[in-house]
Each structure stands twice: as C-alpha cells, then as structure tokens.
Ligand binder design. Structure first.
Ligand SMILES: *Cc1c(COP(=O)(O)O)cnc(C)c1O
Length: 372
C-alpha cells in the first residue's frame, strides 16, 4: 500500500482489527482457523476493497499444496475409538485421574512447584478472556491495564527480593537464569573484563544452572558439596583463588534444593565480590524466605524467581511458567529488552530472551497440572 500503511492500519483499527504496520508502505496480516468471514470483510474494507466472501470462497480452489496433504492414517490408537458415549468418556477420564498422584493425595518428594498447592481460586483468573485473549503484541495503548499489572508486579517483586529492578520477560526459572547470566556477562564486558567467563556452581545445584551458564557462553567449574548438603567452603575458596582473574559469577541456591540454609551465605557472597565476581542467587526456593530475608540484601547481585513455585502461577505440563529476573542497579542496564517493544526493557539491554516482550499471555499457561 505505497504511502498508505498508516491510513489502512487506522481504518482497520476503527473496525476493531489491529494490523501490523511494517513500514510506511506495508502492513502485515495473519489469519488462522479462528478468523471469521466478518473479520476478513472488515480488513478488506480497510483496504478499500469490496468483495463477496461467499462468492470468492466458492470460486477459489483449495490452496493446500498436494505435497502437504496427509495421506497416512491418524488417531489410530484404540483409545480414540473406545469411548462412544458421554458416560464411557467420563469413566475413562475418572480412571486416568485416579492414577494421578498429586498434592490432593499426599506429599510428593520431588521438585519445588509440585510441593505447593495452586488453589483453584488463584488459577481461575487465567481462564478469563480479559487475561487469556490479549495478544502479546497488541498496541500498548490498548493494554494499559496489563501495563499496570506488570509494573506493579515488578515493583512488588523488587520489594520482596531486595533488588532494584525486575524484568518479567523470562518464561521460566531457567530463562531467568539465562537472562541474569547474560546481564552479568554484559556487565563484565562493559568493565573491560572480557576474560571473566568462569561460572562456579556447587554440585548440588539444579541442572538448569550449568545449562544456562553454557548457553551464556561461560565455562562451568563445579564446587564440591559437603555431606550435610552445604557448599564445601574450603573447596569454594580454593576455586575462587584458582580462577580469580577469570571469575565471572557464583551461582548458589538459597536455601539449597536439599533444604539447607547455608550458614555462611553472606561470607561466601562477600568473598566472591572481593575477587571481582558476581553472585547469582537461584531463587527457586524463595518460598522459604519470602517475608523473612531478601537475596538482594545478603549479597546477591541477581536472582530469578519461579512464580510457579513460590507464588500461584500455574505451570502446565512442563510448559511456560513465569521466571522474572531481579538485579541490583549495576546490572539493570543489561536486563532483557525487545526490538518490537521499546518500553519492555532498557535501551542498553541484552536483547529479547523470549518471543513476547513481557512473558506469554495467560492463555499459554494451562491451569492444570504442575511439574517439577
Ligand atoms: C525449578 C528450578 C529451576 C528451574 O526453573 P524452571 O522454572 O523449571 O525452569 C532452577 N533452579 C532450581 C533450584 C529449581 O528448583
């Protein structure tokens, strides 16, 4: 639409449809199986086109290329044919539910988010269309209530963690780790400490810690864990001394996944800082601390929180959760941002670490089961 993209987008908006304005000459539209004929007509109107949908549909050949048409059988498992009445289906679902072992039957000895109960009243709101049907790239002017929720949530999380700035872009604790470590890396680089790439991780850590460090371009060095589950402080001191000039960050989980409140945590943080390193406090177990202690005050520079563990965000079948990352002020310039949404992070940020500027819409978070 040479020169007319703004006019077309404005006309569509007046008809209740957001088009993506790519530049002054182009808009972009995508349709799916939920797109209605009325919506198509509204978009045509915005372009100044009049057409009869029914006639066009009748005159248009199926556009699916032959090579993409399915030729094999599908839904062949007997279960798809075994239940032919509502009662039979109901009994089948009940039988499956009876095999489930969850917090409604007893204590689960594994994982963090599995160990707490998501109250139904806490999860129900994600099914409300006001939450679930907001498009992650809707113009911010149409999402002011959302922005209020986001800002308030970020401020409250900063308050309970003792950090200066929080980003809710990460979709899981593991993504928060990556975002936090990228911030640490960018901070060292900005200080001319390009060589600081060693990430110290106690052997008791969650597997995502090492994976995130590798993804952030760091070199993982494992620190021993003592028999009682505490970090082996002697080994930690030795590793700090050995890697003094390359030390980027220590990742420590507090309290640890073994449930141990590291008595020396403040000293450990101080020693890492003294050697020029940063401290990443894995906040997965924040539910043991919240309201009592703040990682940003006892020595952490950065933490992720698992809102699906500490608070009531559902975490469906291993799917997205919410893993905000909190940082002290010196790391705030390196939080995630987003090329399509300038207000979603600092200008100097490390770029997006997930597809949507502020984590996925609630519709992506099934309120069903929780996972480890
Ligand atoms: C769960 C957990 C993580 C990873 O969080 P996800 O949200 O599952 O990606 C990291 N560290 C610890 C200690 C955890 O318990």
């Amino acid at each position: 639409m040479p020169g007319k993209a703004d006019a077309v987008a404005a006309a569509a908006r007046d008809a209740g449809v957001n088009l993506y304005r790519a530049d002054a000459d182009h808009v972009s539209v995508s349709c799916d199986e939920t797109t209605t004929r009325e919506q198509l007509a509204a978009v045509w109107d915005a372009f100044g086109v009049t057409a009869d949908v029914e006639a066009l549909d009748a005159a248009t050949e199926d556009a699916l290329p032959a090579g993409l048409l399915r030729s094999d059988a599908y839904l062949t498992h007997p279960v798809f044919h075994a239940h032919r009445s509502e009662t039979s289906m109901l009994r089948y679902l009940r039988r499956l539910a009876d095999r489930d072992y969850a917090l409604d039957r007893g204590m689960i000895p594994l994982g963090s988010c599995t160990m707490k109960l998501n109250a139904t009243t806490e999860m129900e709101p994600v099914t409300w269309p006001e939450f679930g049907q907001m498009h992650p790239f809707a113009p911010v002017g149409q999402a002011e209530g959302y922005l209020t929720l986001i800002t308030e949530l970020e401020e409250r999380l900063a308050e309970v963690t003792g950090y200066d700035k929080v980003s809710i872009q990460p979709n899981a604790g593991s993504q928060g780790e990556l975002a936090g470590l990228l911030a640490v890396r960018a901070y060292h680089r900005a200080n001319g400490d390009e060589q600081r790439t060693v990430c110290l991780i106690p052997s008791s850590a969650h597997g995502t810690n090492a994976a995130s460090a590798v993804m952030a371009g760091m070199k993982v060095v494992v620190v021993k864990t003592a028999d009682d589950g505490e970090v082996d402080v002697e080994d930690l001191r030795a590793k700090i001394a050995q890697y003094r000039d390359e030390l980027s960050v220590l990742m420590i989980t507090y309290p640890s996944t073994h449930g141990v409140f590291e008595e020396h945590v403040a000293d450990i943080c101080a020693e890492v800082h003294e050697a020029g390193g940063q401290v990443y406090v894995d906040g997965a177990n924040l539910n043991a601390l919240v309201g009592l202690a703040k990682p940003g005050h006892f020595g952490g520079d950065v933490s992720h929180l698992n809102l699906h563990k500490t608070f009531c965000i559902p975490h469906g079948g291993g799917g997205p959760g919410v893993g905000p990352v909190g940082v002290r002020a010196h790391l705030a310039p390196y939080l995630p941002n987003h090329p399509l949404q300038p207000t979603a992070g600092p200008e100097t940020g490390v770029g997006p670490i997930s597809a949507a500027p502020w984590a996925p819409p609630a519709s992506c978070r099934s309120p069903g089961r929780t996972c480890a």
